[in-house]
Design a binder for this molecule. Structure first.
Ligand code: GDP
Length: 183
């Protein structure tokens, strides 16, 4: 590993409805913190993070792009998707609408991104499910959808940090696996 800081650089994109927690996931990943009242006009656009995959003895540099407010215009361009190896498709487990809209986001990803892109469905804000009345999307329903569409799946909380690194790591492992298989 001498002189090598990382073995691979992967571009990741984060899509999904406004307010599901995309910027918060990125801030949690890269900065280990959570902002209860982020300024919506100052969406975090970019974050970089080294992820190590010990069983492969590999370090991967993630370059993550957030839609940073453009989601309301559905104006995400081809250049945003170009070269992406991974995609987080995020919904809010307390918003059924945001879950249903992941179908539209997925269609957009499939239209513009590389067909081999690894996509992970991320049900964010699970910390709010302590109050069981708030959950609007069951884990089982999302799991079935993910399986049907060939997506990885995880439930996360940018607030507590639960499963945030795991979401990215699972996607990285899947991408490395595709590289090994020559896909
Ligand atoms: P974005 O528009 O998808 O980038 O969403 P933001 O990251 O701006 O988050 C929208 C709102 O949800 C903010 O008030 C966040 O503090 C809040 N939020 C984001 N993630 C979580 C989470 O995991 N749990 C809770 N309780 N709130 C969250």
């Amino acid at each position: 590993m001498s002189g090598v800081n990382w073995h691979y650089v992967f571009k990741f994109i984060i899509t999904g409805d406004a307010a599901v927690g995309k910027s918060s996931l990125l801030v949690r990943l890269t900065d280990q913190r959570f902002l209860a009242n982020p300024d919506p006009t100052l969406g975090v656009e970019f974050g970089s993070k080294l992820i190590s995959i010990p069983e492969e003895n590999k370090v991967v540099k993630l370059q993550c792009w957030d839609t940073a407010g453009t989601e309301s215009f559905r104006s995400i361009t081809r250049s945003y998707y170009r070269g992406a190896a991974g995609c987080l498709l995020v919904y809010d487990v307390t918003s059924r609408k945001s879950f249903l809209n992941t179908r539209t986001w997925l269609a957009d990803v499939r239209e513009h991104a590389d067909p081999h892109l690894t996509c992970i469905l991320v049900g964010n804000k699970v910390d709010l499910c302590d109050e069981s009345t708030k959950r609007q999307v069951s884990t089982e329903e999302a799991e079935i959808f993910a399986k049907e569409e060939g997506l990885l799946f995880v439930e996360s909380s940018a607030k507590s940090g639960q499963n945030v690194e795991k979401a990215f790591e699972d996607a990285v492992r899947d991408i490395l696996d595709k590289i090994h298989r020559g896909v």
